[in-house]
Write a protein that binds this ligand. Structure first.
Ligand code: NAP
Ligand code: HSE
Length: 436
């Protein structure tokens, strides 16, 4: 069979990672695809930038049209990142009848509905395994491997940079900014690293996972999003004392009264496998009715792990290219006309337990005041640790674990706690997820 020619939009960490994997494993890949896959060209911003020496045969250009309008190119790989021009270029490639593969979760989470519609119209495939959890084939597992199940909930550590930072803070006592710099140098972080540390990247990925798990449209704006920038070394130590690990998690839950979508730091019981996923590794735990819980684990970022997912998508696209478009695996797992609008649960209705850290004056009655406010909101305390004041301070950190309560009640209690004269500053609140 004729070789398949591919062109890259972007040739940085992921683009070169994928091209290196394609070159190194060319024989194995040909045995799987039944055809050679040739990287013809790549569009970049700066041609003079150094690239991997084994990719010298790839023609570089700064003109995107050299890729999306090239009649010889069958598959376009978008790994430039961001919104525009990535969106317009993918739509142009699709309009030109090319299959597209992307690692750009921001693009799929926000513009996926439009891109999939264009692809349906033009009878081409859109593949995006690399957009969620780097090298873990979690999209394929949920879309195809769990296709016989009703999925009840999923929970994931889906941002490698945040997990790397939290792990280094906990294990080595390192500072947040120093570890973030390192994650950027290792190629893990987004072009704008606030996407990683403020939970936006994880929210993009959760949007995609939820759509595939529940057959709902992509709704990025519906995700409650909180990052890790307020987590301190102190909180990681107290959490350990209580038998928990602080992880940044994405949760998508079919509550029966809507879909709960949230991304935030959480205390996870340290006995859970997922609480022991460290460094740049990611994991997604899926609870489904027939199979029960399944856990998908692997590298969440980096050149070759993410390249591995891009190459798997290229192979899929090549294999299905000859099948009738209506008989391919649906892009969001469910048939296009079966995607259901569903209510999104507001954060005030979330039901969970909480870790609270309150900095309080060492005066009589302070504990009674705190307990009264929590009791008034029907909040039950599970455990308390009271620490001595830090040197040079008269304030005591009081750490509490609560039983499950609706988030609206916790919001009200925190607002009242912060009004107490004996309480200083904001109350630290981290959700606790037992994932049982
Ligand atoms: P990167 O290393 O910064 O590479 C981006 C590439 O795109 C570079 O080659 C850059 O050109 C090119 N580029 C950017 N804007 C361009 C423009 N307007 N016109 C032409 N070329 C342009 O980024 P990356 O880490 O590979 O990430 C790429 C995508 O993969 C992003 O959507 C990211 O979210 C996603 N992703 C990344 C990882 C990871 O571990 N890094 C994992 C999963 C998904 P120059 O080389 O000339 O600068
Ligand atoms: N910046 C992302 C992360 C890359 O750290 O997880 C992988 O999507």
């Amino acid at each position: 069979m004729n070789p398949v020619k591919i062109g890259f939009l972007g040739f940085g960490t992921v683009g070169q990672g994928a091209a290196v994997v394609l070159a190194r494993n060319a024989v194995e890949i040909n045995r799987r695809a039944g055809r050679d896959i040739i990287v013809k060209s790549a569009a970049v911003r700066d041609i003079s930038r150094e690239r991997a020496p084994e990719l010298a045969s790839v023609a570089l250009t700064t003109n995107h049209d050299d890729i999306v309008n090239d009649p010889e190119i069958d598959v376009v790989i978008e790994v430039m990142g961001g919104d525009e021009p990535a969106r317009s270029l993918l739509l142009k490639a699709i309009a030109n009848g090319k299959h597209v593969v992307t690692a750009n979760k921001a693009l799929i989470a926000v513009h996926g509905n439009e891109i999939f519609e264009a692809a349906r119209k033009h009878g081409v495939s859109v593949a995006f395994e690399a957009a969620v959890a780097g090298g873990i084939p979690v999209i394929k597992s949920i879309r195809e491997g769990l296709a016989g199940n009703k999925i009840q909930w999923l929970a994931g550590i889906i941002n490698g940079t945040s997990n790397y930072i939290l792990t280094e803070m906990r294990d080595k006592g390192r500072d947040f900014p120093e570890v973030l710099d390192e994650a950027q140098a290792l190629g893990y972080a987004e072009a704008d690293p606030t996407f990683d540390v403020e939970g936006i990247d994880a929210a993009h990925k959760l949007t995609i996972l939820a759509s595939i798990a529940f057959g709902v449209p992509l709704k990025f704006d519906a995700v409650y999003t909180e990052g890790i920038s307020h987590i301190t070394q102190e909180d990681t130590v107290y959490a350990e004392e209580l038998g928990y690990r602080i992880k940044h998690v994405g949760l998508a839950i079919d509550t029966g009264n809507g879909i709960e979508l949230r991304v935030h730091p959480a205390l996870l019981p340290e006995r859970r496998l997922i609480a022991n996923v460290d460094g740049v590794m990611n994991a997604v735990l899926v609870q489904a009715d027939a199979v029960g819980p399944t856990l998908y684990y692997g590298a969440g970022a980096g050149a070759e792990p993410t390249g591995s997912s891009v190459v798997a998508d290229i192979l899929d696209v090549v294999r299905v290219a000859s099948a009738d478009v209506h008989n391919r695996v649906p892009v969001l797992a469910f048939q296009h006309d079966s995607i259901n609008e569903s209510r999104t649960v507001p954060s005030s209705e979330f039901q969970t337990s909480y870790y609270l850290r309150i900095l309080a004056e060492d005066v009589p009655g302070v504990m009674a005041d705190i307990s009264r406010i929590l009791a008034d909101q029907n909040i039950n305390i599970e455990a308390i640790i009271q620490k001595g004041p830090a040197s040079g301070s008269s304030k005591l950190p009081i750490v509490l674990l609560t039983k499950q309560i609706v988030e609206g009640a916790m919001d009200a209690a925190i607002a009242q706690l912060e009004q107490l004269k004996s309480v200083e500053g904001a109350v630290v609140r981290i959700r606790v997820e037992s994932l049982g």
